[in-house]
Design a binder for this molecule. Sequence first.
Ligand code: GLA
Length: 388
Amino acid sequence: MKKRYWLVASFWAGMTLLVACESKKAESTQASSDSLKIEQTAFGKISDSTQATLYTLKNANGMEVKISDFGGTIVSWTAPNKDGKYEDITLGCDSLAGYQKGVPYFGALIGRYGNRIAKGQFTLEGKTYTLAKNNGANALHGGLKGFDKVLWTATPIAGEEPALKLTYTAKDGEEGYPGSLSIEVTYTLTKDNSLKIDYKATTDKATVVNLTNHAYFNLKGGLNSDILDHEVTLNADKFLPVDNTLIPTGELRPVAGTPFDFTKPFKIGARINDTKDEQIKFGLGYDHCWVLSDSSSNLKLAATVTEPSSGRVLEVFTTEPAIQFYTGNFLDGTITGKGGTIYKHRFGLCLETQHYPDSPNQAKFPTTVLKPGQTYQTSTVYKFSVKK
Ligand code: GLA
């Protein structure tokens, strides 16, 4: 008993030493103040020998983003309201145990293929690959153990714009996908209150890749109310209608004259229950992919969300061609999140930048195939400001 206690103590002493070394290095290379060091805390046990860690990125304004190496998950993120008060604006859990119970991808990195692949199957270079059907008849968000449930290797990079680099290598055949895929995701908290996410991947065999982040935002503060009063603009004049299992039909439908027209700001609640529209019925609200009007791979403004009472504004910029706008329609009050808050129906909204769902089966959609020798590279920026 005594011996075991000593072992644990020495493990933690080692950890402390490690943290101290890391900080020293940062001090010698950066003129950053003490408060900008990347704090590391234990987040929970994955197994007897593996711990998850929580990294806190802070900027000089006071924005704080906590990210775990488990699932590359954004666990919390503070943003100022019009009075300068920083409050958490993302749904999540207090510790690893909450995520392990199974939550719908709160803040997590999603891959190898974000969104749905019809019937969990696709054919690439003449070979048919079978994936787990974890969403009715379809495959969703990388499978039973997608990138949201693996432990990433984290490298904190301290500085005025602190960053966390996460790497993971998915095996050939992992969750049914071909090719060993080496992924690098870097989260950077900038001086202007943006979180930039840079995704990179290479493969040793032809495969399909569609990486994203699944943060649920609620800009009001408190994370204890629905998002129906949030005003949304999407720079997209078309969206992808789906069948009743949420697989795109292949059509790119103009949003004009439908509840999907967010080319000008609309309150989410204004048309979300417009079930005369079959697409609203299928999505149980909004759970669709919008095709950005600017189809280039430049970093362009895709979405703006404003919450009038707090004044918080979120802008989403991306190099991706599309964005899944999901309004938390499956949240039903069965999950207790941070600080004991119960996450009820539509308490969070997601803006998942990505390629189109089911692209591996839809030849007319922009390709998601990655071949050896190519580098998958995308960036998304979530920027906060206030409107007084
Ligand atoms: C995605 C999907 C939704 C739902 C959520 C998680 O965004 O599009 O249908 O599965 O993830 O609950």
